[in-house]
Design a protein around this ligand. Sequence first.
Ligand SMILES: NC(=O)c1ccc[n+]([C@@H]2O[C@H](COP(=O)([O-])OP(=O)(O)OC[C@H]3O[C@@H](n4cnc5c(N)ncnc54)[C@H](O)[C@@H]3O)[C@@H](O)[C@H]2O)c1
Length: 329
Amino acid sequence: MAVRIGVLGAGQMGRTHAEVLSRDPRASVVAVADADAERAARLASALGARAVGDLEGLVACGIDLLVVATPNRFHAEAAARALERGVAVLCEKPMATSLKEARALFEAASRPGAFFVVGHNRRHAPVYRRVRALLDGGFRPLLANLKMHEGDYRTPSWVADPAVSGGFLYENLVHFFDLLEWLIGPVAEVSCLARGPFYADLNDFVVSFAFEGGAIAALTATGHASWLHPAEKTELVGDHAAIVVEGLDRVIHSPGDEAAVAIEDFARLSREERWGYRDQAAEILAAYLSGAKPCFSPARALRTLEIAEAIAAAAREGRSLKLGPPPSD
Ligand SMILES: NC(=O)c1ccc[n+]([C@@H]2O[C@H](COP(=O)([O-])OP(=O)(O)OC[C@H]3O[C@@H](n4cnc5c(N)ncnc54)[C@H](O)[C@@H]3O)[C@@H](O)[C@H]2O)c1
């Protein structure tokens, strides 16, 4: 029987998850809830699902898995309530808007039988899968340069309110905190300059990272660039070799010396495929159905927020800060 899915939050990401899941024969989106009843009704009717009022209404529909795609402030409570009722959870990032809440949710998500996964979709994106394969093939990053130039931190309107989003580090940069440890290794130390033009919240960041093992990285991020492509870029530099990732579209690999540069283009894939949403959903369903651990552990989700908090403290205190070791998985 298909996994019965409930979707909480019928905005951009709730719709994306619902559409991707509803195309997978192993899943059936049975109910949708949103604070805005009209939005819930629109998405539910497009998918042949029921529109209900809230999380309780979704649980009452007998769902197996809840997708949490509300603004960030509501993630932790919704996810914890679903887990309490034995419902599996796919929660959009970040898992919470404070470390305290994230730790409480981590405890609930780590109990035997709980299934909880945060949507760190870039791990499933073809560009980063390709980079991971190059690393597994022997490329050793010694230096990295990352940028995330989020063109408009005003859309949707709640993101620029740190009380709702948790702030720019939680809303935008958690993706890169996960990628950095996945691609390079444990972060050992961070320092940061941060400024706050245009919004209530800090939204210009220059962060430097030192990794266990000796690699170093720089990250610049802003909430007021234009959407000039590529708004995201990751460059890894090895031993006279380099990998460049442009947006989620292209991987350029220079193996060094006289070897030819290889360019792999993923730009023609659908958005769901390119951004990893399709494969993320497929892996989550496979794990849920087989009783395996989800593809992304609760400890990893908590770690992204520990890195965010260390960076915020480094900016406040004007000094570099060391981090403890990451989770072992
Ligand atoms: N992984 C990614 O690539 C990615 C991309 C964009 C957004 N996100 C995340 O997805 C989540 C949703 O973002 P979005 O862009 O879809 O936002 P959105 O504003 O488009 O949608 C949010 C929806 O939640 C509803 N809502 C608000 N409060 C609610 C509540 N208490 N209960 C139920 N519904 C409520 C709103 O009415 C709205 O329909 C956020 O956590 C965001 O960080 C992830």
